[in-house]
Ligand binder design. Structure first.
Ligand code: NAD
Length: 491
């Protein structure tokens, strides 16, 4: 499918896309080819203010619409996204450089996510209990305007994670897409605009330091939800603390993936570990980038892993058989190559990859070979988030030391375990400091499985019923059958 882009994109404020004032715009560029895709307007503080005020004005009617009607509209949005998913996926393949086969799956996940929240809200009942002479009701109410800030690495999923729970719960939204990947979110805005009342969903485009910051600071924003780096997450959390508004933070990761010596199908585990590290070109918060392999099987595992890494097809984002494609920007590509060099300097052994690859027709792009290093956990490549197709293999033999190393990370987003022994699996899962632990299948996420980080990987959980609690607040209403007889100041 050939994708046509609008020439100009801009913020969505109160049901109107503002695509004029192009003197304040930045270019969306295909990172693989360098082709100019569109101009996008830079918003400023005044634009953010108008967007937040539009959401604030839309809030009472949206809240009053009721769960059933809101859920119906969110389901309609899921249908629209499904109908347009091929075009949206192609937009992301051009705008972010990711493999088309992979981004298509993102849209399936996103569609499921909207439908999940449209369903689960219907079971999000208020609770209550009898009290002496009456009844107490704990009623969940929406918070108001939610400021939501997302990164570039998976726009479909990131937008769905934010919009679906906020909207079904009765909140209105101002969403800020990342400046590296705004196009599919703004196209999603067009679908939203056909379905939702004006002002319920607004989008502001541009730089994090101006637009993201103005959104976090706006006094009418009653909830902040941020996905991105731990560094910026700290800034957003600081603003939330100062303003005393609740915040959900989904941040970085450096996840441990642990292989026990008793695995039955070594090829399957090698394949799973390869996927874990380099899906989404390694630009994934949950990537399993520290692979702990038991010494008893390390030699054979290592050879098979090298072969697996060398087999992975690196190619154009638009080629159906590509499994690794282009990093989001030259800056990101150079950063990844620097990390690989740094790892070798620190004494890591380069087992596979390590180079930039030239892909015909995509000469501008940073395509990096799937890269495997034999490393030690204390090295920088094992401690810092690289966000590229780079895996560090670490050999272990002492269980306690392996657990200590796996937990020796500022992050705690996810972890994987491969073993045929359920007891080992469960014991290890409970020892790991990670928000998700996947046994025998990495990234085994489905609707309703809570996702979020321990330690510096974040605060709060998305993707699950509990998320609705983060988008609502409890009002307790107590009812007495009658006013108590005079007792405080008797006649
Ligand atoms: P980033 O933190 O640089 O940017 C994320 C968003 O924050 C962007 O929209 C950006 O414009 C905005 N922003 C930047 N400065 C801001 C400020 N001062 N105030 C408010 N907003 C600001 O992250 P990135 O490089 O775009 O994304 C990669 C990071 O995101 C990685 O660390 C990755 O692990 C993380 N991530 C986490 C999850 C998760 O669910 N835990 C999911 C995806 C990505």
């Amino acid at each position: 499918m050939r994708v046509e882009f609008d020439k100009h994109y801009g913020p969505l404020i109160n049901g109107v896309f503002e695509t004029d004032a192009q003197e304040r715009s930045f270019a969306a560029v295909d990172p693989a080819t360098g082709h100019h895709l569109a101009h996008i307007r830079y918003c400023d503080e005044a634009d953010v203010d108008r967007a937040v005020k539009a959401a604030h004005i839309a809030f009472p009617a949206w809240r009053a619409l009721g769960q059933q009607k809101r859920a119906r509209l969110v389901n309609l949005l899921a249908d629209e996204i499904e109908a347009h998913s091929e075009r949206l996926a192609m937009i992301d393949a051009h705008d972010v450089g990711r493999c088309i086969s992979e981004v298509r799956k993102d849209y399936l996940t996103a569609v499921r996510h909207y439908r999940y929240f449209a369903s689960v809200i219907m079971a999000h009942e208020d609770s209550g209990r009898e009290i002496e002479g009456g009844y107490s009701i704990a009623k969940r109410e929406p918070l108001g305007v939610c400021g939501q800030i997302i990164p570039w690495n998976a726009p479909a999923i990131m937008a769905a994670f934010k919009l679906a729970p906020a909207l079904v719960a009765g909140n209105t939204v101002v969403l800020k897409p990342d400046e590296n990947a705004s196009l599919s979110t703004l196209e999603l805005g067009k679908l939203i605009n056909r379905i939702f009342p004006d002002g319920v969903v607004n989008m502001v485009t541009g730089r994090g330091e101006t637009v993201g910051s103005a959104l976090s600071e706006h006094p009418l924003v009653r909830k902040l939800s941020f996905t991105g780096s731990t560094e910026v997450g700290r800034i957003v959390a600081g603003v939330a603390a100062r303003r005393l508004v609740p915040s959900t933070l989904e941040l970085g990761g450096k996840s441990a993936n642990i292989v026990f010596p008793d695995i039955e199908d070594i090829d399957a585990v090698v394949d799973n570990a390869t996927f874990a590290a380099i899906h989404n070109n390694g630009q994934s918060c949950l990537a399993g980038t520290r692979l702990f392999v038991h010494a008893d099987i390390a030699t054979v595992f290592r050879e098979k892993l090298i072969a697996s890494f060398n087999r992975v097809k690196v190619g154009s984002p638009l080629a159906e058989d590509s499994r690794v494609s282009c990093l989001v920007s030259a800056r990101q590509g150079q950063r990844v190559l620097e990390y690989i060099g740094q790892g070798v300097k620190e004494g890591a052994e380069l087992l596979a990859g390590g180079e930039r690859v030239a892909i015909q027709g995509c000469e501008q792009g940073y395509f990096i070979q799937p890269t495997l290093l034999l490393a030690r956990n204390e090295m920088r490549i094992c401690q810092e988030e690289i966000f590229g197709p780079v895996l560090s293999m670490i050999v272990w033999d002492d269980y306690e030391s392996m657990i200590a190393q796996a937990n020796d990370s500022e992050y705690g987003l996810a972890a994987g375990i491969y073993t045929g022994n359920l007891k080992h699996a469960m014991q290890t899962a409970s020892r790991l400091e990670a928000g998700s632990v996947w046994i025998n299948r990495y990234s085994n996420i489905t609707d309703g499985t809570a996702f979020g980080g321990y330690k510096n990987s974040g605060i709060g959980r998305e993707f699950c019923r509990e998320t609705l609690n983060a988008y609502t607040q409890v009002k307790t209403i107590t009812v007495q059958a009658q006013v108590p007889a005079v007792w405080f100041s008797p006649l």
